[in-house]
Every structure is written in structure tokens, then in C-alpha cells.
Design a protein around this ligand. Structure first.
Ligand SMILES: [Mn+2]
Length: 365
């Protein structure tokens, strides 16, 4: 990326009075953290400006997971009022315009539009800062702060770290030497307490669910699946948001390429959180149910269909992913252990998913 592009961005920020920051719907930590960090960048460069922040989240619970980062200072669009035109509208972590959800009209109505992202991205804005080699949008933002000599506070450093850590699955996916160089600089700036604060969002209720998940998940060596029923959630006095993140845990088992955690809610709604190992993708899996994804490795969907139907529809996509041979990226598996993990006792996926239902008969509606 050319150096003067960031100069142009900063000049644009200095010349604008009103800003709207938008990130993708079904936001993850990189979305929230990059938005927060960019608001601070604006405050440093142009303290008089007004900044509005928009994000379409799927429910309050999803927001709740990150509310300690936001204190609920998010703006909402009032459909009764005419659409405001902002001097600069910045899309953060949005691979495609439609991922802005209901806030896309604000973007389209912006005097100047900016697109900062680390996905494969068609560069849909007036000014595009797209780097698909970056681990996260927060990684790109850190480089903008540094290159432009903008002060990175203790708190901003930890926010940027939050986006980098989560988008890389705790530095297991897409983390590069560049990522770790930045992380080492962040640890020079941020106090460990701040960073740990970001990590301490676990709840005791979540841990109870987690224990259940760990005892009851099923796997065939390459694919791991767990079902969390409404009863499990109620018994633990937990909420759906406590269930998020367990798919990361399932994926961390040796040899597992794809992990899905299903949460079954009272009204028959199924929510699924999907993860893929490097070299694999959950994109087709979540797309088959109209879900969203923040990278090839991380996605989610919800469905009102019967669980059997959802499983049947997912199966070919899961099968395609787990049958791909990507053994070469795991240096820790020698030929013998690979044979054991990659070719476990043949158990059909259908059987596996059926067992998952039988284990939790309560989800059979
Ligand atoms: Mn991201």
C-alpha cells in the first residue's frame, strides 16, 4: 500500500465535520473493536468532529458480549426521519456493501465513502484501504495509527489487540510475523490488566454450558458437533450468548477441520456457530442456511427449520470440507497419527448427526 494513501485518508478526516462508522451485521470483536479504534483515530485527528456509530446486530445478546467495549453508545437509524448525509462514511471490516445490513443507505448517501477491510473485497468505496494479507481490520488500523504518528493509548492498544486476537482465533489462524510484530508493540503500550479485561468476558453460566458441551460433543476425527438444548441453557441459567465461542473450543481438537455448535431455543429457532481450520471454509455451510461469516473460518446462521432438515442440507457442504486433504499444514501429525485422525473408524456423517439428535432427544420437536 502506498504511503500517501494514508495521508489522503487523514487529510479527508481533517476536512470533515460529520462521520458515520458502519461495520458488518452479525458483528464480531474485530468489527466492534475496529469501529471503536477508528472513532478514537478521528478524535485524535479532528477533535471537533461528531461521530455516529452504526451496527446491525442480530440481537441484544450478541451486543451484550461486547458491551463492555461500548457502554451501549451506538446510534440507531430512525426510519421516521430523513436520511442524514454525513461528510465521511467509513465501512470497517465489511467485505461487501450488503454486509452493512440496514445501514447500507447511510453509506450510499455519504459525501465521501471509505472502506477499510482485510477480506477479499471489491473496493466499493471512494477510498479503499483493503489488505487481504492482514489478519484483521484492527491490524490495518494499528498500522495507520503508527504510520501517521497518531497517539495509541493504553486503552486503544488493547481494543486493537482484541480484534486481532479474536479474528485469528487466539493467533492460530491468519496470524503472520507482521501480526506478532504489532502484538509485541501493543504489549509495550497496553497494560496487561487492559488486555486481560478483554479476555475476561467468560461467565460462570457459560462455563456450565461449556462443561456440558465438552462432555457431550461428538466427532468423527475431522468434524466435531455439539448440541446445546434450551433445557441445557436454562439449567445453567445461561443465555445464547454464553454458547458463542464454544465452536472455537471444539475446533481446537487435533485433526478436527470443521466444528459446529447448535443452540436450540424455545420457539424452535436453531442457532449455529461454525468454525473451520486453516485451509477449510465454513462459507458454503453458513450460506446454505442464509447465514453470515466474518472470514472463511468463522460464521454463524440461524434457522427456523426442523433440525433434521437443517442437518440434511448441511451434510454435503460439511462432507466436502472434511474430505479435503490438507495434512501438510499440520507439522505435528506424522504419517501414522494422521492416518488415525484423518481416517477414523468409518462413521457416516449422517449417523453422527443422528446420534447428536438422539443424545438430546428434547430437541426432537
Ligand atoms: Mn475482521
Amino acid at each position: 500500500m502506498e504511503k500517501n494513501t494514508y495521508d489522503e485518508l487523514i487529510a479527508g478526516i481533517k476536512g470533515a465535520k460529520t462521520f458515520a462508522l458502519i461495520t458488518h451485521k452479525f458483528p464480531d470483536a474485530d468489527a466492534f473493536c475496529s469501529k471503536k479504534a477508528f472513532a478514537r483515530l478521528i478524535r485524535n485527528v479532528n477533535p471537533e468532529a461528531t461521530v455516529h456509530k452504526f451496527v446491525e446486530y442480530n440481537d441484544k445478546e450478541n451486543l451484550g458480549r461486547y458491551e463492555h467495549l461500548f457502554h451501549n453508545r451506538l446510534d440507531e437509524l430512525n426510519p421516521e426521519e430523513p436520511l442524514q448525509q454525513y461528510d465521511m462514511v467509513v465501512a470497517l471490516d465489511c467485505a461487501e456493501p450488503h454486509r452493512m445490513g440496514k445501514y447500507l443507505p447511510i453509506f450510499e448517501n455519504g459525501k465521501t465513502t471509505v472502506n477499510i477491510d482485510h477480506h477479499e473485497n471489491p473496493k466499493y468505496a471512494d477510498k479503499n484501504y483493503v489488505d487481504d494479507k492482514a489478519s484483521s481490520t484492527c491490524e490495518i488500523l494499528y498500522e495507520i495509527f503508527k504510520e501517521q504518528d497518531i497517539h495509541v493509548s493504553d486503552s486503544t492498544a488493547s481494543v486493537l489487540y482484541g480484534g486481532m486476537m479474536t479474528d485469528t482465533g487466539h493467533f492460530k489462524n491468519n496470524a503472520t510475523a507482521r501480526t506478532f510484530r504489532i502484538v509485541s508493540e501493543i504489549f509495550d503500550i497496553a497494560s496487561p490488566e487492559r488486555v486481560n479485561e478483554l479476555l475476561s468476558d467468560k461467565t460462570v453460566e457459560g462455563t456450565k454450558i461449556f462443561r456440558n458441551c465438552k462432555q457431550n460433543f461428538l466427532y468423527d476425527g475431522r468434524f466435531a458437533v455439539a448440541n446445546i438444548t434450551q433445557k441445557d441453557i436454562e439449567d445453567a441459567n445461561a443465555t445464547y450468548r454464553d454458547v458463542l465461542g464454544m465452536s472455537d473450543e471444539l475446533l481446537s481438537h487435533r485433526g478436527v477441520y470443521i466444528a459446529i455448535v447448535f443452540a436450540h431455543e424455545k420457539d424452535g429457532l436453531i442457532r449455529a456457530s461454525c468454525r473451520a481450520d486453516k485451509g477449510h471454509s465454513i462459507v458454503d455451510i453458513v450460506k446454505s442456511q442464509g447465514g453470515g461469516y466474518s472470514s472463511e473460518q468463522v460464521g454463524a446462521f440461524s434457522s427456523k427449520k426442523h433440525v433434521d432438515e437443517v442437518y440434511t442440507e448441511l451434510m454435503p457442504f460439511i462432507e466436502k470440507q472434511i474430505n479435503q486433504n490438507v495434512v501438510e499444514h499440520n507439522p505435528f501429525l506424522d504419517a501414522t497419527s494422521y492416518a488415525r485422525f484423518a481416517h477414523p473408524k468409518k462413521q457416516s456423517l449422517k449417523h453422527l448427526l443422528q446420534s447428536a439428535i438422539m443424545l438430546h432427544p428434547v430437541i426432537k420437536q
